[in-house]
Design a protein around this ligand. Sequence first.
Ligand SMILES: *Cc1c(COP(=O)(O)O)cnc(C)c1O
Length: 427
Amino acid sequence: MTRSDQLFDAAKAVIPGGVNSPVRAFKGVGGTPVFFERGQGAHVWDVDGKQYLDYVGSWGPLILGHCDAQVMTAVTEALHHGMSFGTPTAKETDLAETIRQCMPALEKIRFVNSGTEATMTAIRLARGYTNKSKILKFKGCYHGHSDSLLVNAGSGLLTLGIPSSPGILASTAEHTLVADFNNLEETTQLFEKHGDDIAAIIVEPIAGNMGFVLPDAGFLEGLRALCDSSGALLIFDEVMTGFRVALGGAQALYHITPDLTTLGKVIGGGMPVGALGGKAAIMDYLAPEGPVYQAGTLSGNPLAMAAGLATLRAVQAEGFYDALGYQTKALVTGLMDVAATHHIPLQAKSLGGMFGFCFTSNQNIRNQGDVAASDDAMFCAFYHGMLDAGVYLAPSRFEAGFVSSTHRPADIEYTLQAADQVLSSFD
Ligand SMILES: *Cc1c(COP(=O)(O)O)cnc(C)c1O
């Protein structure tokens, strides 16, 4: 019995399922979750002393790798000045200004403590601002676990096979319309039927919670046009993609201006942070300026702001995303090459520091159903082979993977050699 096994047993006695977030429990791949105790750069060490190359990075935030020196210095300094005051502090404005420089569509920004809070608030704001009740989301997109968004949501729920969740009232869920990702026709039909009452479309512009799925050409433009013609707001949930696929997020890559954007993960540099931002006229609808209420005791706290600021300073360095994107691309093209030599059908794609792969011969993965149709047994076998070899991937085929600026060419090379070994055992 490993130390991770022992700790997991102990955890299960006091924490439901032994985890504080479901995907961590390894239900998607079987086996015992690995308990980590230390990280440095691209590497992590578990409680049994085994070293891994980390392609999860705390599910996306750690774009600079573990224990980045500048982030540590900034957080340490903030720590010694006081962990929280519950008053405004200068760092909140600094971080808001930094985000706005990189993502000009966020004219005003409100900080919260998680991505879930950001999307929940964005929905309330959209409903309050438009005075309409329905929201439209896409199957397999995950926008946090608030009631109205936990309908056909991705990742943890796909892995667990729960399409929705008990505890959510039918009267809440009935205001959430769902279409397939990349299906503009179905979305248009929903607008034809309910257009007058749709407050917002919320979408992961690049999906990362149903596996990694890129938008088809014209899909995001089509959503923008539907919103413009009906008076609904377009909300880009860039909690995962913000500062991950490019400095300006997916909205910069696809040249679309959403009305509201939600952020999290990278902007907190590993600390719990979320944010929503957008057009000033809409954002000013939030309390205390406007009537839509939202608040948070620890919102914008100095430690989180310091970690976020140090992280966003580093990613603004010239060529940061080119280098990150190059490294990530080398990983996915390498994986496809390795699979091809073993005649194993595998599709892998990347954008910036985000990637995904599936065991399937379908070269055109467009939605959750396409990912679900990929080979689950092969993914699980590959997953555990890689884990044994010291490569830590997300423990579900419905999750994206992340590369940090500390991943070196030698790390990618090591990963591809491990993949070659594991896949050769499938022959
Ligand atoms: C992670 C994520 C969330 C939820 O963020 P939490 O901080 O886990 O609450 C929301 N939307 C997207 C797209 C995410 O990837």
